[in-house]
Design a protein around this ligand. Sequence first.
Ligand code: FAD
Ligand code: NAD
Length: 468
Amino acid sequence: MAESTYDLVVIGGGPGGYVAAIRAAQLGMKVACAEKRGSLGGTCLNVGCIPSKALLQSSHHYATARHELAAHGVKAQVELDLAAMMARKNKVVADLTKGVEFLFKKNKVDYLVGAATILAPGRVQVTGNDGKAREHACTNILIATGSDVAGLPGIAIDEEAIVSSTGALALKAVPQTMAVIGGGVIGLELGSVWSRLGAKVTVIEYMDAILPGMDSEVSKTMQRILKKQGIDFHLSSKVTAAEKTGSGVRLSFEPVKGGEAKALEAEIVLLAVGRRPYTDGLGLENVGVAMTDRGFVKVDEHYRTSVDGIYAIGDVIGGLMLAHKAEEEGIAAVERIAGQAGHVNYEAIPGVVYTWPEVAAAGRTEEQLKKDGIAYKAGKFPFTANSRARCNADTDGFVKILADAASDRILGVHIVGPEAGDLIQELVVAMEFGASAEDVARSSHGHPGLAEAIKEAALGVAGRAIHI
Ligand code: FAD
Ligand code: NAD
């Protein structure tokens, strides 16, 4: 017998699920959100975006104090207190996850603590930590169960010597050496954290560039900058074995195209080769929800699965695995359920890598435009020529704007630089409004400001940058 009846039951309390639940409640639905982790916020708040950014900020302060303050005439003796750094990170996470619980109460969203299984369309069973199963009836179900770490055959994660991102966010001591398998976002962000704190970090990447899929100028620039910061790279290389030794792990790797095998000893190995959709225990097979070949839940453009009344959003449906993408999809899906016209513009979703300098991109890369045969103009401006970057002594990187050759509409933006993740936002809004590069170039930008590099890159599209 159903214990309660809802208009919508959301399964998963991550950024996709909890935001969807709140939006549905705003739209007048009676909503519940089931989450089995024991705290709300999903991967992002608990073991993803938030703890990683807390450690990136703390380690950035440490590295700046050690290596850069002297140039500003500030003398300081710097000592690392890793336990305090970790405690601060844990508090940031705890406060934010509690904040989501508060938002649920405020919006009258019922928080169902436990693992949900779909018994049938309109019937969800939630098994709580007390082992008791409770059934809930509902008109609609939204699957927002996210993703989990992807493994690599032969490399067993023990979260001690061979760690996933979760283990790398909670190391008890700074390792002398760290090998990172995968030069993607997690590899570079968490590799940066431990490199700044003193570890010798080596990244082994399968593809011929780090951050594959990003504009190649961005990948090359970041590799050069991170190398300068002390991180070593082996590209076009695949790890073939990991063997635990008394003092750490011995990795064997070889060129992807064949060739001589090499070995690398490291105290800690971080496996960061991507994430897989997470649908374990959800009971999708009971109701016949169609899946893709790669295990993602298949949806149409309105986030409907193959079964009436069951929708899915976020990491579990694939595409960019980003918290804000999951949020936008959650909002669009419940607005659709409510009969409104929610939609997501996938052309204007920023991707940010929180290294230092940061990387931020939206829209298409030069490689994609060339492949698609779209004629474009590029405007590029380096931070070395930006006065605020000079004042801050943060001059690595550039802004690149790609605009349609005929209409001048902005098609892609790529930034490597200080605060790139925040700077890109004006260009994302511009893209959302279908702006031209000239629209941005003619907007007044405060001086001296990092954002003036954006104005100059926009001017550069028309070949009329002023300060270079
Ligand atoms: P998730 O956040 O994965 O949430 C799904 C939730 O569903 C989980 O809490 C899970 O416990 C729950 N669940 C699963 N099955 C059930 C069930 N049967 N019953 C009940 N509950 C269930 N993205 C960014 O945009 N910016 C970043 O800076 C960023 N940093 C990251 C750093 C790291 C180390 C990692 C790992 C990821 C990072 N991401 C970042 C990616 C981001 O975390 C994900 O894209 C985002 O969390 C996806 O949201 P979601 O709601 O789809 O799923
Ligand atoms: P990723 O896809 O960003 O990077 C994985 C990397 O591993 C790729 O470069 C890939 O070529 C490489 N790789 C794959 N197989 C390999 C192998 N056998 N040997 C060596 N290299 C191999 O995935 P990730 O870094 O694990 O991150 C997972 C997800 O989390 C991503 O989708 C990302 O968007 C998200 N995330 C986002 C942020 C952010 O927005 N700042 C931060 C962290 C994670």
